[in-house]
Design a protein around this ligand. Structure first.
Ligand code: HEC
Ligand code: HEC
Length: 168
């Protein structure tokens, strides 16, 4: 168990313990959680991606990765930073959208939804927000976090206040 605790503390100092891992511990406790389970939810394998792109950090993502359709021209490292931003914005781990270690796979629907969300976000910013005159903010924009706020399902934590009981 000490080994597992050590790994957990190492990971959580590097990056906030993902909500999926936290859920796993809540369900099974330290004793019921194997290192394999944890590696799976945290996507520990991602260390290997950084070694995979070594020396190619600044090349366009489409030349470094196998299956990029939206983030084609950003540097490879920026794609990975965007991935990390996704996990924080949605409060999920990499495996919410990916099959672990098969980063190019399209098996999880969340992956294509995310491309559609990127297109939607861009459209809101470029086609709508930019054109609204007289906003106080010079560069108004929305992003994943603004809507998702650390939740996979945008708005799930937001409930309008219950309407007051009708007066009798
Ligand atoms: C909210 C969904 C989502 C999360 C979470 C996510 N990704 Fe991605 N990832 C995508 C999408 C979408 C693409 C494809 C981007 C494109 O088509 O331009 C992608 C592409 C990739 C690729 C390129 C694979 C290839 O060869 O084509 C890698 C590597 C990758 N992600 C790693 C990660 C890592 C590591 C994490 C966790 C830190 C992560 N992703 C978290 C949605 C996600
Ligand atoms: C304008 C608000 C808004 C923005 C910006 C936004 N989303 Fe969403 N997102 C939603 C809504 C609404 C849904 C549908 C409700 C749901 O199922 O979560 C959704 C659903 C999703 C889902 C599917 C959830 C599921 O499991 O069915 C993913 C994945 C997702 N968004 C990722 C992203 C990412 C990544 C970004 C940033 C590129 C983003 N979203 C930006 C509002 C937004």
């Amino acid at each position: 168990m000490t080994e597992l605790r050590a790994i957990v503390s190492r990971i959580s100092t590097r990056e906030r313990l993902s909500t999926e891992a936290a859920r796993l511990f809540a369900e099974r406790g330290y004793h019921g959680t194997s290192i394999g389970d944890l590696a799976k939810v945290l996507g520990i394998q991602k260390a290997s991606i950084y070694s995979h792109i070594k020396g190619k950090e600044d090349l366009p993502a489409k030349e470094v990765f196998k299956n990029v359709k939206t983030l084609t021209d950003v540097p490879a490292t920026r794609l990975l930073r965007t991935m990390q931003a996704f996990t924080r914005s949605l409060g999920v781990s990499c495996t919410h959208c990916h099959v672990a270690e098969q980063w190019d796979s399209e098996e999880k629907e969340e992956k294509q939804v995310t491309r559609d969300m990127m297109a939607m976000t861009r459209a809101i910013n470029d086609d709508y927000l930019k054109k609204i005159k007289a906003l106080e903010d010079d560069k108004p924009s929305v992003n994943c976090f603004l809507c998702h706020r650390g939740h996979a399902h945008a708005g799930e934590e937001l409930r309008p206040p219950a309407s007051p009981a009708p007066a009798r």
